[in-house]
Design a protein around this ligand. Structure first.
Ligand code: TXA
Ligand code: MG
Length: 370
């Protein structure tokens, strides 16, 4: 299959291009498109065939459910049932935007889309290209990140092409994305009503995947929320989002995260890189503008100013891919746990690192969570 790449105006997408893409989608085909978080690989969410095509193109396990993207609040009622008041409040605050919510599904949604689950993940993205494409193709687009399974999520059209060239008919190129890390996922599907039909207030919505919308931002809107115990790095419980259990987001190189005081981190990384170099291993360092001159390795990459958190999010996946392209075999990364978006960034970085992290002074805290 030949993969066509169409440049599309990211603010005012050209109608003819959107219609060409929508036509492929209405027939069960696949189109990669930009969202504000990462590029998505879209298919009609209400066609079993569409979901099957996604799993095949990505090489994704078919028990890993897809997020359904909508463009209008009313459309939620076609695919979800028992929508609790917290969901309306969160949608008013954060939709369109980088928030996904899990609901009980309606019969309209095929099990192929939900990986066999009775719940459905729904998001209304804010990217104009995504919204235009959803509307034009019928209102419901299943879209996982447009990478092959296990690779870092794509934040540019060229990343999609790296992974999926020859496997999908069309990529819409709307430039680099604005956020760079996948949406925050909040589960409200298990909330219940009492005998009189009122929603129980003692049950807390649960964050299944951290993202740009933080725990604090969510609780500002709906009060207390809880975290899925399964996504903590030291957890022995399985995460509730099926996708979070897979080793994910990983480049080909090994990654070690080194946390601690600035000078000690640089000294440790430089010593490791020197030892690697002596064995002919190509090394890379993932750091920030504040520290980049302190490192000696084959490739030193600054993710940006430590105070510009969005820039760091935007660059993370792209840099992991660049290290691969440069043939780097061992990556050393600083920790970003202290940032406000640190929860989301470290969640992705730890997974990419297979949970290998050293906190100085101290030993390697290596983990074998699968
Ligand atoms: O920002 C995003 O969310 C991007 C863009 C394209 O919208 N999409 C994305 O999709 O990250 P994906 O498929 O790469 O990740 C979806 C995650 C997976 O971890 C999956 O297991 C979880 O959402 N998920 C989907 N449906 C679920 C459900 N019904 N219950 C629990 N987890 C679910
Ligand atoms: Mg993904």
């Amino acid at each position: 299959m030949i993969t066509q790449v169409e440049k599309v105006n990211e603010l005012h997408p050209e109608e003819a291009i959107i219609e060409k893409a929508a036509d492929i989608l209405r027939r069960g085909g696949l189109v990669a498109f930009p969202t504000e978080t990462v590029y998505g690989l879209g298919a009609d969410a209400l066609l079993a065939e569409g979901a099957k095509n996604i799993y095949a193109a990505k090489g994704r396990p078919s028990d890993n459910p897809l997020i359904v993207h909508i463009a209008r609040w009313e459309d939620l009622y076609k695919i979800a049932v028992d929508i609790p008041p917290q969901a309306k409040a969160l949608a008013d605050a954060f939709w369109p935007g980088p928030l996904t919510m899990i609901f009980k599904k309606s019969e309209t949604v095929p099990y192929e889309t939900t990986g066999g689950l009775d719940t459905v993940a729904v998001r209304m993205p804010s990217h104009p290209v995504a919204l235009a494409l959803i509307r034009q193709s019928g209102g419901f687009l299943a879209a996982p990140s447009a990478n092959t399974s296990g690779r870092p999520s794509p934040t540019r059209a060229s990343h999609v092409a790296e992974d999926l060239d020859g496997r999908i008919p069309l990529i819409l190129d709307g430039g680099a994305v604005g956020i760079g890390i996948e949406s925050t996922i909040v589960d409200v599907s298990f909330l219940t009503k009492d005998a009189a039909g009122a929603w129980n207030t003692d049950e807390l919505p649960m964050i299944l995947r951290p993202g740009y919308i933080t725990h604090a931002m969510l609780s500002d809107v709906i009060g207390a929320v809880c975290d899925d115990p399964g996504f903590a790095p030291d957890s022995t419980v399985r995460p509730k989002a099926p996708g979070m259990k897979y080793k994910h987001y990983a480049p080909k190189a090994d990654i070690l995260i080194v946390a601690g005081e600035e000078a000690a981190v640089a000294a440790h990384i430089n010593a490791c890189a020197k030892a690697d170099g002596a064995q002919g291993i190509k090394t890379g360092v993932l750091c920030t503008d504040q520290t980049k001159t302190a490192y000696v390795a084959d490739v030193v990459k600054s993710m940006g100013d430590r105070r510009q958190e969005v820039e760091i999010m935007q660059n993370l996946y792209a840099f992991l891919r660049e290290f691969d392209a440069l043939g780097v075999q061992q990556i050393y990364a600083e920790s970003f746990a202290d940032l406000e978006a640190g929860g989301a960034i470290m969640n992705r970085l730890l997974k990419a690192a297979g949970y290998r992290m050293v906190s100085l002074p101290g030993e390697i805290e290596s983990e074998t969570k699968q």
